[in-house]
Design a protein around this ligand. Structure first.
Ligand code: GCU
Length: 325
């Protein structure tokens, strides 16, 4: 009898304990627009596991991929309304929410990948992540998103080849200005609408990194990918200010630590994914073209001149980025 009572008590304690800890756990919702086999999903999945480990299960992250909760813009709005906690977006989209991000959308800003890593991993990168606090969110980390290049049904070897083409861009003033400077007609569209838009000829061309081009199956409808590598636009994970401030100091620290580790892990995932998706696209009949970049670089210089005369704050930020070794 005593034994039965004791085990019942232990059982009850265990159930109560489990319930209590389940109650204590905070589950954060994260929205993004890529499929599960995209490197950025894998990196964030790793982050979610790390956060759970570092907080002893107190903080969990549930990831909603494939724009299940809406486009990047809709997700940002849901986050600002408190319906979700985290969004993986990118600097192009974030430009509309916090102007500092526009620096990252300027073509041929970075000298090379190392320069890009030094900037995003250094103090300027950190400053930009913190710049949006008053707009209701803060940047948690950057994720490598390679270089973006044009793709369409013909090779783009010089800016002349873009003449008369409707080029899908992200809803970003810098991306619009860039395509104009290169001679194309920019058409802003949400990412999820692009496959059909290319297929039906609503747009003629688009631009993105190789993994996104391949994993979104745009490679089925655009058979030339021209490596002009005009921008290196980082992916960015952001969290609502309210959610972040609602975490304890330890939990905030754990989230930052896990995010940083996942961003490092992403560098490896990204390189692997770029190679794998390029091979996959080639097998599907995509030709990769290597244009001479000089004419592209020249054509976008007026963008920098315009910033220098009309936007001193952005101009200063651009100079600081350029000065990073
Ligand atoms: C990249 C980026 C996405 C973005 C997409 C786009 O794939 O990772 O965040 O939505 O470009 O071109 O819209």
């Amino acid at each position: 009898m005593q034994r039965t009572l004791l085990s019942a008590a232990i059982g009850a304690a265990m159930i109560f304990g489990a319930t209590a800890s389940a109650y204590a756990a905070t589950t954060l919702k994260l929205s993004h627009n890529h499929p599960r086999d995209h490197a950025v999903h894998k990196a964030m999945d790793y982050m979610a596991k790390e956060v759970k480990k570092l907080t002893d299960g107190e903080v969990r992250i549930r990831i909603y991929p494939d724009a299940q909760l809406g486009t990047q813009r809709e997700s940002m709005e849901l986050m600002q309304n408190g319906a979700i906690d985290l969004v993986k977006s990118n600097a192009a989209e974030l430009e509309a929410f916090s102007p500092s991000y526009s620096a990252f959308n300027l073509p041929y800003l970075f000298r090379d990948k190392n320069h890009y890593y030094s900037v995003t991993g250094g103090s300027v990168g950190e400053e930009i992540l913190s710049s949006s606090r008053e707009s209701g969110f803060v940047g948690v980390t950057y994720y490598d998103a390679g270089a973006r290049s044009f793709y369409t049904s013909k090779p783009i070897k010089t800016p002349e080849d873009l003449k008369g083409l409707k080029v899908r861009v992200q809803p970003s003033p810098s991306a619009i200005a860039m395509v104009k400077a290169l001679g194309g007609s920019p058409t802003p569209l949400a990412y999820g609408e692009l496959y059909t838009a290319l297929q039906q000829g609503v747009v003629d061309a688009a631009e993105n990194n190789i993994p996104s081009f391949s994993l979104s199956r745009h490679s089925e409808v655009s058979k030339y990918y021209s490596m002009d590598e005009h921008t290196m636009v980082p992916d960015v994970l952001v969290i609502s200010t309210k959610t972040f401030d609602g975490l304890t100091k330890d939990q905030q620290e754990s989230l930052r630590k896990a995010a940083k580790a996942s961003s490092e892990y992403m560098k490896k995932l990204w390189a692997e994914s770029e190679a794998k998706e390029r091979t996959k696209a080639e097998k599907m009949g995509v030709t990769f073209v290597e244009p001479n970049k000089d004419a592209f670089v020249d054509a976008v210089q007026p963008m920098y001149k315009k910033i220098a005369t009309s936007n001193p704050e952005l101009s200063k930020l651009v100079e600081r980025i350029k000065a990073v070794q």
